[in-house]
Ligand binder design. Structure first.
Ligand code: 13P
Ligand code: SF4
Length: 380
């Protein structure tokens, strides 16, 4: 019979942490936070599960977390409770050459507690595919007139591509302002990897669907487009999506409205245009939280975004009536991989100066990615 283990071994292998009781893991995490003080910053995205986000020094949407990684003074290590692209962004911004120089050459160590915490949408655009698309586009239209815009949910190499080609990064909370910036510079935009955020934002700006097209990276014939279609398009949307937000359907909105008269539908812009068209309000995770916080008691909401955030809102606002928009479970399975065991295990190693799961973007990629990120941070 296995002897029950109740203490994590100091910086042992991960397997020794799996299955430890939550109280033990919580105590250890808090002990490390106390001992490391401001040298350690734990960042948590709003989709993170309850037990984990409870330990975050700062919770936020992708934009807020990237800003905080850019600004944080006195921190030596960041444990990012989010997904891979967020930790990469934190590494790039926290370790800009000027920041590293001001610390006498010391880098901030960024760790992702579980390396399997990726983003399926980010994985839908590989740098080789984007470079091929750019070259193919150049055979049909003048690419000096195209601004590449990458959603922050993308690999660092794509951000670097944007940096090199006069482009920019956006998040769900600044996509409109970023597209305004892009259209002030050129006639067209290549938007990747999320077609929905691109389409929803461009439509809200008054760009008709007839001036948008979708680029399928798996179709070798101009991404599935005719030359005329590309020539007539102002927005070229990469055919990528979030598998979590794709599960919200317009019929879910209809069903809730029929069931709860007066219900307000609040969704994330990664939802399809058909869902967004039926919603009352559309915005980033922080926007969604703000709407609920500001609403009077008794407001009925149908919310279309990741399950953990909706459940948290339900618990924190018992005076409001909050429903999940979909009848099925839509959760970010990769974000959910960050659990107490992985957080405790990675913090134990950090404290002992033997970090595991370090996210380190190579200098050349970081140099160009920071260019595109700083353009975004400068946009108001
Ligand atoms: P926010 O930028 O709104 O936090 O969204 C991030 C994300 O991954 C949504 O799926
Ligand atoms: Fe990526 Fe979707 Fe998860 Fe957001 S919810 S991190 S877009 S897979």
């Amino acid at each position: 019979m296995a002897i029950p283990v109740s203490e994590p071994p100091p910086a042992g292998p991960f397997e020794a942490y799996r299955g430890l009781p939550d109280e033990i893991l919580r105590d250890h995490i808090e002990g490390i936070r106390r001992r490391m003080g401001p040298r350690l910053v734990i960042l948590g995205h709003h989709y993170q599960q309850e037990g984990v986000i409870a330990h975050a020094d700062l919770r936020g949407d992708s934009y807020q977390l990237s800003r905080s990684a850019a600004d944080r003074e006195g921190c030596e290590a960041i444990a990012f409770c989010g997904v891979h692209f967020m930790a990469e962004t934190a590494d790039i911004l926290a370790n800009r050459p000027d920041k590293v120089a001001s610390r006498g050459g010391r880098r901030v160590t960024v760790v992702l507690p579980d390396m399997a915490a990726g983003c399926s949408m980010a994985d839908m655009a590989a740098i080789e595919q984007v470079e091929d698309a750019w070259q193919d586009l150049g055979d049909v239209i003048d690419t000096s007139d195209v601004t590449p815009v990458t959603y922050i949910n993308s690999a660092a190499s794509l951000k670097a591509f944007c940096g090199r080609h006069g482009g920019i990064v956006c998040t769900s909370s600044n996509a409109r302002a970023v597209l305004d910036w892009a259209f002030a510079r050129g006639r067209r935009v290549l938007f990747f990897p999320d077609q929905h955020l691109g389409r929803n934002t461009a439509r809200a700006m008054g760009i008709p669907l007839t001036e948008m097209t979708v680029w399928n990276p798996h179709d070798p014939t101009l991404g599935g487009n005719s030359r005329e279609r590309l020539a007539g398009s102002r927005v070229i949307l990469w055919q990528g999506h979030c598998s979590v937000h794709a599960m919200f359907r317009p019929e879910h909105v209809d069903a809730l409205r029929a069931h709860v008269p007066g219900i307000r539908i609040l969704v994330h812009p990664e939802c399809s245009m058909e869902v967004v068209d039926k919603a009352n309000l559309v915005g980033s995770t922080s926007f969604i939280i703000r709407q609920v916080e500001q609403a009077p008691p008794g407001t009925a909401w149908g919310i279309g975004t990741e399950l953990h955030l909706v459940k948290r809102l339900e618990q924190e606002h018992p005076a409001q009536s909050i429903r999940f928009l979909s009848p099925t479970v839509c959760m970010c399975a990769t974000m959910y991989r960050i659990d107490l065991a992985h957080l405790c295990w990675s913090l134990e190693h950090l404290e002992r100066g033997r970090p595991v799961n370090v996210i380190r973007v190579d200098d050349e990629t970081a140099r160009w990615a920071v260019t595109a990120l700083e353009r975004m941070l400068a946009v108001r």
